[in-house]
Design a protein around this ligand. Sequence first.
Ligand code: NAD
Length: 244
Amino acid sequence: MISDELIQVMQTAQTVVVLTGAGVSAESGVPTFRDALTGLWENFDPAQLATPEAFQANPKLVWDWYASRREMLADVTPNAGHYALAELEQRYPYFYLITQNVDSLHQVAGNKSVIELHGNLQRVCCFNKLHVAENWDDSDGVPNCQQCGAMLRPDVVWFGEMLPEDAIDTAFAVSKSADVFISIGTSAEVQPAASLPVHALRGGATFIEINPHPTMLTNRADFVLPYPSGEVLPELVAALNLRR
Ligand code: NAD
């Protein structure tokens, strides 16, 4: 599964940048974006729930959808792929993990250098994104911000919204400096995250893709590992440990 050539590339790298998407959490039981609507929510299109317009039109529906995702996450733990990434971080002087996920599982697994592009489901802020709320009571519907009175919403990036400026600037800067860039479990359909591997390639990085299914970026990858990340990442770390 892991070639000698790939091991050599990983061994000589100083700066490793990883981009993760929903696929890295699939083996923890977190549905990917495409699978996100099951049961109660199966008749809704996620793109129709994850927009500021949807929230303004039907705040309770959107709040409840996110509350159900938050509840689901309470029982979820990192998988072997998350832990392998935490171990990988220890090996390199410069290691950055850019994630599109909002589930905190990289942090729970032990990664320190995490750049969250799409926010975090566990955080809640006011609708105009000025105030973060630590506590809220949603028993009577969508709660309001204690500071400005606006409705509270999940602190995630919805379709049509700007990404947090610091996060995306840092993500582009570290991608440009990467010796190795690894894209894991992302369909590479959501911009601007999907541009990061291309940016890294322009900076001279070796590009590795880990995804059981081909993406728009697969034919640009120097190495393709078409396997679940929970299987291949521990193998990669084990192979590197053997050659220490
Ligand atoms: P996506 O759902 O568009 O694509 C998931 C990708 O993961 C697919 O290409 C699939 O082939 C791959 N995949 C599935 N199982 C895998 C596995 N075991 N190992 C490796 N790859 C696997 O997800 P995306 O590209 O991240 O974009 C969707 C958006 O939805 C993102 O913006 C993200 O914020 C959001 N989202 C986040 C979570 C989360 O936080 N866990 C979950 C669902 C959606």
